[in-house]
Design a protein around this ligand. Structure first.
Ligand SMILES: [Zn+2]
Length: 314
């Protein structure tokens, strides 16, 4: 509670000052401090903290190793957990499964094809680091299961060096777009905490907020880059200056890199996406990003609000 009140007391006057400077201070009622949820921009008075309407948001989500960073409204905070973050967590579990390669008792649902004959089952790691496949009889037609097992037996009998075996991991409750949106939302919140109101109140940021709240309707194209050389615990905000077409706010969570519109001559989400696509190779950046680092925020620092450019840059 004390932390949330402090976040309110630090953020509200900066919101007022920045809104005044940008010419829409009249949108905030006079005579009281107001803090806007950075995701929906609904403004709340200080009593909203005690009422539990302004809540502590973890960045990245708590289940992905994040820590409490800032205030968002309960509606935005709660809906993201199931709509977006659950997908990022499922993906993380999948990656952990194949990274650690140790027997943990965890299983993944799969369909194994032997010479094209499918068998539904599960996979798990054994103590010696090999992958073990189990058919689940209830999920398979008995005849098909028998044909599948017979094919496997024939491979074994012939000591076939190249058995026609593939497996597909079943991810019925995983949605890759929602996974990426979860990371983009976390990047947006980290960038807000570091840079402040001036950053998110730029018109190019509005479609991102709509997309986070309405993930089922494509509004802004999102692409999360993978940097497989990065440390898993890396956190970084880079204000990209070069290359010029990628001037952006680049937010790094471990091996995930998200580019949001920059603070100088920001591009629209579509322009930025086109530049990212042109600079991508196999899902990884094919460009060397150069620029200034902003310190990773442990609490909201509002860098641009404390040091506003004069005159305003937009
Ligand atoms: Zn909100």
């Amino acid at each position: 509670m004390e932390k949330r009140l402090r976040w309110f007391d630090e953020g509200a006057p900066l919101l007022r000052a920045t809104a005044d400077r940008l010419g829409f201070g009249a949108a905030l009622p006079a005579g009281e401090d107001w803090y806007a949820c950075p995701l929906c921009l609904v403004a709340y008075p200080r009593a909203a903290v005690a009422a539990g309407v302004l809540t502590e948001e973890h960045v990245p989500p708590h289940a992905l190793g994040g820590h409490g960073l800032l205030l968002t409204c309960a509606a935005c905070n709660n809906t993201a957990g199931t709509a977006l973050d659950a997908h990022a967590v499922r993906r993380r579990h999948l990656e952990d499964f194949f990274t650690h390669r140790t027997a943990t008792g965890r299983t993944l649902p799969v369909t194994v094809h032997a010479a094209g004959i499918p068998l539904r089952g599960t996979i798990q790691w054994t103590d010696d680091g090999s992958l073990q496949i189990f058919g689940v009889p209830k999920q398979n037609h008995p005849g098909q299961q028998a044909a599948h097992v017979q094919t496997l037996d024939e491979y074994v009998d012939r000591a076939d060096p190249n058995p026609d075996l593939t497996f597909t991991i079943q991810t019925p409750r995983y949605n890759a777009d929602r996974d990426q949106l979860s990371w983009a939302r976390a990047a947006y919140l980290a960038a807000f905490a570091a840079l402040g109101w001036r950053y998110i109140l730029h018109p190019v940021m509005a479609p991102y907020r709509i997309q986070f709240r309405e993930p089922a309707t494509p509004t802004v194209p999102i692409r999360v880059w993978r940097d497989r050389t990065a440390a898993l615990d890396q956190r970084r905000i880079l204000l990209v200056e070069q290359p010029d077409d990628l001037r952006a706010v680049a937010v790094t969570f471990g091996q995930r890199l998200i580019l949001l519109p920059g603070i100088d001559r920001p591009q629209t989400s579509q322009q930025l996406h086109d530049a990212i696509t042109a600079r991508s190779a196999g899902g990884e950046p094919a460009a060397d990003l150069q620029g200034k680092e902003a310190p990773w925020p442990r609490w909201p620092t509002y860098l641009l609000d404390h040091h506003p450019p004069d005159p305003p840059s937009w």
